[in-house]
Design a protein around this ligand. Structure first.
Ligand code: ADP
Ligand code: MG
Length: 258
């Protein structure tokens, strides 16, 4: 069976220069990571800070070239330098981040932040773009007139909705959510989580959902991958991992989760 997304033996090394001693050390931020993601599914990526989760995300969206391994989308290996593949990735694999305020341009009205994405990637006319922007704002629970506002005029949860609007406006297949709830109040977290699930059902989006929070993961994920020091230490269905965690890190994480 062909998977929507396949990571095959992905590794990424960074050269760390020590300017004082003139030596270079190699850090293997992720090692030999393989997984698959199918249409409409959610794979949660869990791991402590520094375990390589965001590095993995960058190899998938293609803003860095992996040191080793392959990213395969719809059966086609994606090449970091290939222009067609870059476009394909930009359209189909989108990202949202922990802190939406930092990822939105404070000087741009919401409408122009969203329009920029359409201008780069579609041939839509001005009128069609406006309609798409209003439609997308409505989809994420905001109002058409919010397009005229600046990011500072919104609450944290609303700003995350804007970031989600920017991620879905091209009808992507995959969204990588890098700890999308961590910066939000607990009551708002549930709203954003529900929105993400609704959009998944409506639009058949697949998520790579990076999170520390096992309660959230249990709620949204079909499969879970646990990373530790750049390596995959568990990968399986949510039931499997919750029933029988193998690695000491995963066991400790369960022990500390209410
Ligand atoms: P996580 O998202 O799980 O917290 P990261 O992927 O951000 O982990 O980082 C994994 C490791 O790789 C860390 O040790 C980090 O310092 C290192 N690292 C990440 N990006 C770079 C980079 N561009 N250059 C050098 N080291 C990096
Ligand atoms: Mg990170």
């Amino acid at each position: 069976m062909m998977h929507l997304l396949e990571a095959q033996n992905l590794s990424k090394c960074y050269n760390l220069r020590n300017y004082q001693f003139g030596k270079t050390a190699r850090l293997e931020a992720i090692k030999n990571i393989s997984f698959t993601l199918d249409a409409g599914q959610t794979l949660a990526i869990v791991g402590e800070s520094g375990s390589g989760k965001s590095t993995l995300a960058r190899q998938i969206i293609g803003i860095e070239a992996p040191t080793n391994g392959r990213v395969v989308f719809n059966g086609e290996e994606l090449n970091y330098k290939n222009k067609k593949h870059r476009k394909l990735r930009f359209k189909n694999i989108r990202m949202i981040f922990q802190n939406p305020y930092e990822s939105l341009n404070p000087q741009a009205r919401v409408g122009s932040t969203l329009e920029e994405v359409l201008l780069i990637n579609t041939q839509l006319s001005a009128k069609q773009r406006k309609r798409k922007i209003e439609e997308t704002l409505t989809k994420v629970g905001l109002l058409p007139e919010h397009q005229y506002r600046y990011p500072y005029m919104f609450s944290g949860g609303q700003r995350q909705r804007i970031a989600i609007a920017r991620a879905i406006i091209l009808d992507p297949k995959i969204i990588i959510a890098d700890e999308p709830l961590s910066a939000l109040d607990v009551s708002i977290q549930a709203q954003i989580l529900n929105l993400m699930q609704e959009l998944q059902e409506q639009m058949k989006i697949s998520y790579l959902f990076i999170s520390h929070d096992l309660n959230v993961v249990e709620h949204i994920a079909d499969n879970v991958m646990v990373m530790f020091h750049g390596e995959v230490v568990e990968l399986g269905s949510i039931e499997h991992i919750y029933d029988d965690p193998q690695h000491p890190y995963t066991q400790a994480l369960f022990a500390s989760t209410p």
